[in-house]
Design a protein around this ligand. Structure first.
Ligand code: UD1
Ligand code: CA
Length: 452
């Protein structure tokens, strides 16, 4: 017996007021539909069928998952009709799990019991709501067994009082589901083929309906507008914050913490407010991050301090570095450890050797720097000649004076020193002082201009 997942994603999402199909709107930097697909993966689904309609080409283009079976629903005739579109690809002995592309935060912890509930009947995921308005109500007999679902628009006043509602998520045997779907009719208030009608059919056929209750409302909540999207985003970020705190991170404010990707943290990490993590970020032990930082696809080793307003992308940060405030580390940079990178310093595609310091107002690009180097304030590696990029090599123990320009390709030798404001166009030899200043002059009899 294998698991097939059917994800309904054909709805237009008019209330999003967007040219983008609803299921492509993102939660935690990832399309809602991708969250649902990831769930299907973690449940070890053998096949996942996505029923799409509105904005079909955009949906197919945005989801790179090659294992998806795409099923087009041209006209949205109801949830039962939507599921039926996928049935040609379903085997009779499959267990079929029905999910929704706009319900992104369901967890396998909730879905696995639902799948298990289909082993001897139909699994139905329900939830208790204080305000059940708009949802299909779960009808039970006196013995407490589920007998049907009635939609809000078809419900009597008495039925509307029921606060156990249908989440829409169900699991059933493929053959039975096929049979029930083929018997659906649309003589109801909305003129739609309701998936929910299969519950009464199962009861008629003597198949047990096993209701499973969701542990939280957010897990079964859908998104219809941007307000709900923002609520979903906050709930998702709260979860990420809890994961980080459980792993040993102190968050100064879990409500001002955003993970748009995957974050892993070591013990005793501290994260100040308004830090955004994107892509894959890993933080070692005792890492401290100040307020308003942005880290993307970056690995940070133990004991690193990142001060306020620092931006780091696609970089490797070695042990015990101190970076910022106001530093920018750009892609393909590697700090080998114990480095100080100070304010208004930009590093791009460069290796900074062990213990080297770049403390103030500097641009280092396309550079291989050795260890124990000291870069003076305002040093620039002029790596671009207007057409091509060139490399700068700075060997161990070298030092640059303030406002030096290293015109690449160029090399600063081991232990070499540059005088202030040197414009280095040829390699500087090891262990010597090199400088290119103009000679200092003083002009006698010169007068400051006066205001007229
Ligand atoms: C549905 C359930 C209701 C449940 C509620 C939970 C039915 C008849 N009703 O109602 O019992 O309480 O969900 O949110 O199933 N879709 C398609 N193709 C279609 C129709 C719908 O792909 O032809 C998709 C939509 O994109 C949407 C989902 O199915 O994501 C639910 O459809 P919708 O029409 O919103 O159902 P509800 O009226 O909310
Ligand atoms: Ca709905």
């Amino acid at each position: 017996m294998s698991l097939s997942v059917i994800i309904l994603a054909a709805g237009q999402g008019t209330r999003m007021r967007s040219s983008k199909p609803k299921v492509l709107h993102e939660v935690g930097g990832k399309p809602m539909l991708q969250h649902v697909l990831d769930n299907a993966h973690s449940l070890h689904a053998s096949e996942t069928h996505v029923v799409y309609g509105h904005g079909g080409e955009q949906v197919l283009g945005a989801i790179a998952d090659t294992s998806v079976v795409w099923v087009r629903q041209d006209e949205q005739l109801g949830t039962g009709h939507a599921v039926d579109q996928a049935m040609p690809g379903i085997n009779d002995d499959d267990t079929v799990l029905i999910l929704y592309g706009d319900v992104p935060l369901t967890t396998p912890t909730t879905l696995q019991p639902l799948i298990d509930a289909a082993s001897n009947g139909v699994g139905l995921l329900t939830v208790l709501l204080d305000d059940p308005k708009g949802y299909g109500r779960i009808l039970r007999n006196n013995a407490g067994a589920v007998i049907a679902i009635v939609e809000e628009k078809d419900a009597s006043d008495e039925q509307k009082l029921v606060n156990e509602v249908n989440t829409g998520m169900m699991a059933a045997n493929g053959g039975q589901l096929r049979n029930w779907l083929s018997r659906l009719e649309n003589n109801n208030a909305q003129g739609e083929y309701y998936l929910t009608d299969i519950i009464a059919m199962a009861v008629q056929d003597g198949v047990a309906v096993n209701a499973v209750q969701a542990s939280s409302v957010i897990e079964v909540s859908g998104v219809n507008n941007r307000l709900q999207l923002s609520e979903m985003e906050r709930a998702y970020q709260q979860r990420q914050a809890e994961v980080a705190m459980t792993a040993g991170a102190t968050l100064y404010d879990p409500a001002r913490f955003d993970v748009r990707g995957e974050l892993s943290v070591g013990q005793d990490v501290t994260i100040d407010v308004n830090v955004v993590f994107e892509g894959k970020v890993s933080l070692g032990k005792n890492v401290s991050i100040g307020p308003n930082c942005y880290l993307k696809n970056t690995t940070v080793a133990d004991d690193v301090t990142i001060l306020a307003n620092t931006v780091i992308e696609e970089a490797m940060i070695g042990e015990a570095c101190r970076i910022g405030p106001f530093a920018r580390i750009r892609p393909d940079s590697e700090l080998q450890g114990h480095n100080h990178i100070g304010n208004f310093v930009e590093i791009k595609k460069s290796v900074i050797g062990e213990g080297s310091k770049v403390n103030h107002l500097t641009y280092i690009g396309d550079t291989v720097m050795g260890s124990g180097v000291n870069i003076g304030a305002g040093t620039i590696t002029a790596n671009y000649d207007g057409a091509n990029k060139h490399q700068t090599i700075i060997e161990d123990g070298a030092s640059t004076g303030s406002n030096s320009v290293l015109v690449a390709p160029v090399k600063l030798g081991k232990g070499a020193t540059l005088g202030a404001a040197t414009v280095l166009r040829k390699d500087a030899p090891d262990e010597k002082l090199t400088m290119t200043p103009t000679k200092q002059r003083t002009i006698d009899g010169w007068k400051r201009p006066v205001k007229k």
